[in-house]
Design a protein around this ligand. Structure first.
Ligand code: URA
Length: 447
């Protein structure tokens, strides 16, 4: 273990003790700690103790920046020559939601506008969906390609979406796995280092974070979500990546669908300009896209940027790049033409009917997400496999008046019993005739 200072930086147990007692750790100590995590010199017990000490004592902004840089440097850092690419290298990152399929549309739309999007995405976590699980519902799509293949697809198609590989931010994998089983995930400094280090390892110039709040979000409380956004924006900018954030509402499902194949289908319909776009999903896609294009100096005003984003939908360029990137990743590009023929279909597809008349006034979105998990579309153990075909479609909008016996939501299930269980959960997750006011989709900006 070398550390960054000129001399000895001590032992892990000393840094843990200093953090436990509320002291600020030096850059050298934090870098040496992460080097030990990567090499194996720091034990699981020491990672757990460090994380718990940070959980109670927190990290200063400077410590967060140093920890983030150390985790970034624990593996390979991608280099892009924006000059020879001819456009900025950028991405968005969502803290996770239900029906949050925005990445699948936004990446090809940004590419069609001239940007380059190397997206390293995750799997579903708890009740929230994951872009990697969604893409893996496309037959043949390889999310685990090597770095040179990833970089080639980004160069040729303007975007590629892959899962985290062993050589990018490997210290985060070990630290996250330990945090996950020691009740130390929920610390802003550790979450910041975990997320921002991976974005820095992807070599981004610009990042817009989509930090969710509301009952379907990991950080439900708006003040907490804002604190996380401020932390990630400060650290991203401190580490030299132009970073900003939107706070967006996750107290209603973000799309007509929730699940894996069903969300890919909805993304294709969106890119094809087919059927009504979900108004909240459309607003999130446009808001994040416009913020990125303005941040990267590709447009002067958000209105211009929105016009360009609409233009690449209308002229079919975003759809074309979507199909190209999928083909380069081994997937069946016919999904962009005939998703219903390419994507897996569940054997039981039937609506739940409204038991009584009323106006839908709110959702328990966590329960909607749990209905998808229970159908088999998410995991109850980290190593479990999922059923890509199951999920929900035609989720109603808040404010919709529903007559008794109307179809309320369509459940795609692997069996009759699974369909019944989902019906039960969903009816308990929708509130009719309440007094709740639905917030706007974008509830705040940071940076
Ligand atoms: N997602 C991550 O990648 N890391 C965290 O710490 C929390 C969510």
């Amino acid at each position: 273990m070398s550390g960054r200072s000129n001399g000895t930086v001590g032992l892990p147990q000393e840094w843990i003790r200093r953090k436990r007692d509320g002291h600020e750790l030096t850059s050298a100590e934090l870098h040496a700690f992460v080097e030990g995590v990567t090499s194996g010199a720091v034990s699981e017990a020491q990672i757990a103790a460090f994380a718990m000490a940070v959980y109670f004592q927190d990290l200063s902004v400077q410590e967060r920046v140093e920890l983030t840089l150390a985790v970034r440097d624990s593996g390979r850092v991608l280099a892009w020559d924006a000059q020879s690419l001819g456009g900025p290298v950028l991405d968005k990152h969502s803290t996770g939601g239900v029906g949050d399929t925005a990445s699948l549309m936004l990446a090809p739309m940004l590419a069609a506008c001239g940007a380059y999007v190397p997206m390293i995405a995750g799997r579903g976590l708890a009740h929230t969906g994951g872009t990697i699980d969604k893409l893996e519902s496309i037959p043949g799509y390889q999310t685990g390609v090597n770095v040179s293949h990833f970089q080639r697809v980004v160069r040729d198609c303007g975007f590629a979406i892959v899962r985290q590989t062993d050589d990018l931010a490997p210290a985060d994998r070990r630290m996250y796995a330990t945090r996950d089983v020691t009740a130390t995930v929920e610390n802003l400094g550790l979450i910041t280092a975990s997320i921002v280090s991976k974005k820095l390892a992807a070599g981004l110039q610009h990042l817009v974070l989509d930090v969710k709040c509301g009952n379907g979000a990991v950080m439900q409380d708006q003040a907490e979500a804002r604190a996380l956004a401020e932390s990630m924006v400060a650290v991203g900018n401190g580490a030299g990546m132009n970073t900003s954030a939107l706070l967006t509402d996750m107290s209603v499902p973000l799309a007509w669908s929730a699940g894996n194949a069903v969300e890919v289908h909805e993304a294709v319909s969106y890119l094809r300009n087919e059927g009504p776009r979900h108004p909240r999903l459309d607003e999130v896609v446009m808001s994040l896209g416009a913020k990125l294009l303005v941040q990267a100096d590709m447009h002067i005003t958000p209105e211009d940027a929105r016009r360009q984003l609409r233009h690449v939908l209308d002229n079919g360029r975003a759809l074309e790049l979507f199909a190209q990137s999928i083909a380069h990743m081994g997937g069946d590009a016919a999904v962009a033409e005939k998703p219903e023929q390419v994507l897996p279909q569940a054997p039981v597809v039937r609506p739940v009917f409204a038991p009584h008349a009323g106006v839908l006034t709110s959702y328990d979105v966590r329960q909607v997400g749990m209905a998808v998990v229970e159908l088999g579309g998410g995991r109850t153990r980290p190593d479990a496999s999922i059923d890509p075909s199951v999920g929900l479609t035609q989720l109603p909008l808040v404010g919709q008046a529903i007559a008794q016996g109307d179809p309320l939501v369509t459940v795609h299930a692997a069996s009759e019993e699974a369909w019944q269980a989902a019906q039960h959960r969903l009816l308990g997750a929708m509130v009719f005739d309440g007094n709740e006011q639905l917030p706007d989709v974008v509830v705040g900006h940071v940076g």
